[in-house]
Design a protein around this ligand. Structure first.
Ligand code: GLU
Length: 463
């Protein structure tokens, strides 16, 4: 069998949507799985709606997701140019072929594709503003074509109207340019959103008219909103890739999540390296049922990936955030920063939470969480508990040894009838201002005796 060639064919008319990213990913996965070629083609014939900045977002998002392309506008390749706006000569040549075989004709300034089949004229209603008008239209009894779709099976569809090949303004229409490009770029597998299935009978008609066997189609399921009501739109939270970038999601995690929108690994794992997906990704395993966007799953996967990446990688991504928040300036003890990151990593919901979680390690100017304090006060007076702890805390030489804290608490608890737990949470609050966080022994060890004592005293004094 010839080498698999897949393509991602975005129109740069808006920001990069999660559905487009998933389409790009599935094309990339299949190309990588088969040792084939992944092509980026820019469908920019609609000059009124295309913008350079949208194209930049597409490039940046694909790179961020690690989806490298083998041929494309800036990568080059033997089947270019890879922007439709630069392929006028190729479209003219193919139009010439259709004209020569009688399958293209002019009407109202546009060039139309002629379907094969008996024609009849019908009267039909149409709308113009609020008015409903009537007109005559030509309907064609074209025999149905068969769309071989690996995901949906064989789908029979019949077109019943001629359609535009080249618009009156001279720009090639979507169907024509799309098919000519897939032919000339030798695309073997067209993997795209299910919303394009309704276009595919036109495409198969074009292949047949040009005497070229159609590629294999794979129409991948729609992505529904979290509540299952309707298709995810660009206004929905989580719909744009740049949102994940801005919120410092890990690209590995976003890519992992996208893999699961319409596909499941054989062993049912949710968190898995992309190399494992590449190894097993078959189009026949893509689901027919619509996928659902689950924001909680996305966060969960991101949290898992935060623990999976190498420590060095974690700090490479985390340190800039600490710097942006003004918590580190570059001159501090690197071992200290690493130990803070080391303990926070286990508890961190997402990198965007890092500055808030890390602040108290780097400065005494941290806020106290009011809700956490209220929760503590329901169980007793946190200030009183820390005051009771102070003498034993002051007697400790340091917290390098995890047993030191337990000894402090044990000594304080003795004879009070209270439980150790009633002291740990107020002490955490005193030194961090938070109701939760990493293991308290580690927190005290990293903060060190002097800061722990100073903060405990300040808390007791009401400051
Ligand atoms: N430009 C089309 C889109 O963005 C491409 C459709 C296709 O993949 O064939 O939806």
């Amino acid at each position: 069998m010839s080498t698999v060639r897949t393509r991602f064919a975005p129109s740069p008319t808006g920001f990069f949507h999660i559905g487009s990213a998933r389409t790009a990913l599935f094309n990339w996965l299949y190309a990588r799985h088969t040792g084939g070629c992944f092509i980026l083609r820019v469908e920019d014939t609609d000059s009124a709606r295309n913008e350079e900045r949208y194209l930049r977002v597409i490039y940046e998002s694909l790179r961020w997701l690690g989806l490298d392309w083998d041929e494309g506008p800036d990568a080059g390749g033997a089947h270019g140019p890879y922007k439709q706006s630069e392929r006028g000569a190729i479209y003219r040549e193919f139009l010439g072929r259709l004209r020569a075989s009688g399958r293209a004709y002019d009407r109202d300034g546009a060039v139309w594709f002629r379907l094969a089949g008996a024609r009849r004229v019908v009267r039909e209603k149409y709308r113009e503003g609020d008015r409903v008008l009537e007109r005559e239209a030509e309907v064609v009894d074209a025999p149905p074509v068969c769309i071989h779709d690996v995901v949906r099976g064989d789908v029979m569809r019949a077109e019943d109207r001629d359609f535009v090949l080249v618009r009156a303004n001279g720009e090639p229409g979507f169907h024509f340019a799309n098919v000519v490009d897939d032919i000339t770029m030798r695309i073997t597998h067209v993997i795209r959103g299910e919303d394009h299935l309704s276009n595919t009978s036109k495409h198969v008609e074009l292949y047949n008219a040009l005497g070229v066997p159609p590629p294999v189609f794979a129409h991948i399921p729609l992505i529904l909103k979290g509540d299952g009501r309707g298709k995810m739109s660009k206004r929905d939270r989580g719909a744009l890739i740049e949102e994940y970038q801005a919120r410092h999601f890990l690209p590995e995690a976003v890519r992992n999540f996208l893999c699961l929108l319409g596909w499941t690994p054989r062993d049912g794992r949710e968190v898995l390296p992309v190399s494992d997906v590449v190894a097993q990704f078959e189009l026949a395993d893509v689901h027919q049922a619509n996928a659902r966007f689950d924001e909680r799953k996305m966060s969960f996967i991101n949290q898992q990936w935060l623990r999976l990446i190498e420590p060095g990688e974690f700090s490479r991504r985390a340190v800039p955030l600490l710097r942006e928040a003004g918590l580190v300036a570059g001159g501090e003890n690197a071992a200290f920063v690493q130990s803070v990151l080391g303990v926070l990593r286990e508890k961190l919901p997402g990198l965007e939470d890092l500055p808030r979680f890390a602040r108290y390690f780097f400065t005494d100017e941290f806020e106290r969480d009011g809700a956490a304090r209220e929760a503590l006060e329901k169980k007793g007076d946190p200030v009183a508990r820390v005051r009771e702890l102070l003498p034993a805390l002051e007697a400790v030489a340091g917290f390098e040894d995890a047993a030191a804290l337990d000894a402090v608490v044990a000594r304080t608890v003795a004879g009070t009838g209270r439980k150790p737990g009633e002291y740990f949470a107020p002490l955490r609050y005193a030194v961090s201002g938070l109701g939760g966080g990493p293991d308290l022994h580690s927190v005290l060890r990293i903060l060190g005796r002097d800061r722990v004592l100073a903060r405990a005293r300040r808390f007791v004094s009401g400051a």
